[in-house]
Design a protein around this ligand. Structure first.
Ligand code: SF4
Ligand code: SF4
Length: 146
């Protein structure tokens, strides 16, 4: 490369837009199949626990609120998740998937890494039971809604 051609490249680059992403000022369009935060929809959940059993990282807990009426809450430990997609594959009812919105998961606090998914009333029920001293014993404490 001659000095002349190098100056040509330098001069042309002054008028080109940079190739680098402007993140975090502009959020990039993420791929549709990005493996980010796991999300859970309770609507079709049968309570089979297959996702929980198949998760190699022990990142999912299905808490039974009322088995007869199929009321469950899913506790997701994002800090344990290895984003392998096994739970998504295992669920026959397509309750699990990956968020394409929530993928900036870094945090200095542990709080956002424990997520409760479910219907508002079921989560509320669970939190009330926990406040009564059943924290950490969510499954046995929440076997029934009564
Ligand atoms: S993506 Fe993998 S590690 Fe994460 S919750 Fe699902 S099965 Fe577990
Ligand atoms: S595999 Fe699907 S249906 Fe079974 S407990 Fe998990 S989310 Fe519910």
């Amino acid at each position: 490369m001659t000095i002349g051609s190098m100056f040509g490249d330098v001069f042309r680059s002054l008028f080109k837009r940079p190739f680098t992403e402007r993140y975090p000022y502009q959020r990039p369009q993420v791929p549709e199949r990005l493996r980010a935060k796991v999300v859970w929809n309770p609507e079709n959940c049968s309570g089979c626990q297959l996702c929980v059993k198949d998760c190699p990282a022990n990142a999912l807990e299905l808490i039974v609120v009322d088995k007869a009426s199929k009321r469950f809450v899913m506790r997701y430990h994002a800090d344990r998740c290895i984003y392998c997609a096994q739970c998504v594959e295992s669920c026959r009812f397509k309750c699990l998937g990956f968020s394409t919105e929530e993928w900036e998961l870094a945090s200095a606090s542990k709080v956002p890494f424990e997520v409760l998914y479910g219907r508002d009333e079921d989560i509320q029920f669970l939190l009330e039971r926990a406040a009564q001293g059943c924290a950490g014993e969510a499954a046995p404490c929440s076997e029934s809604a009564g």
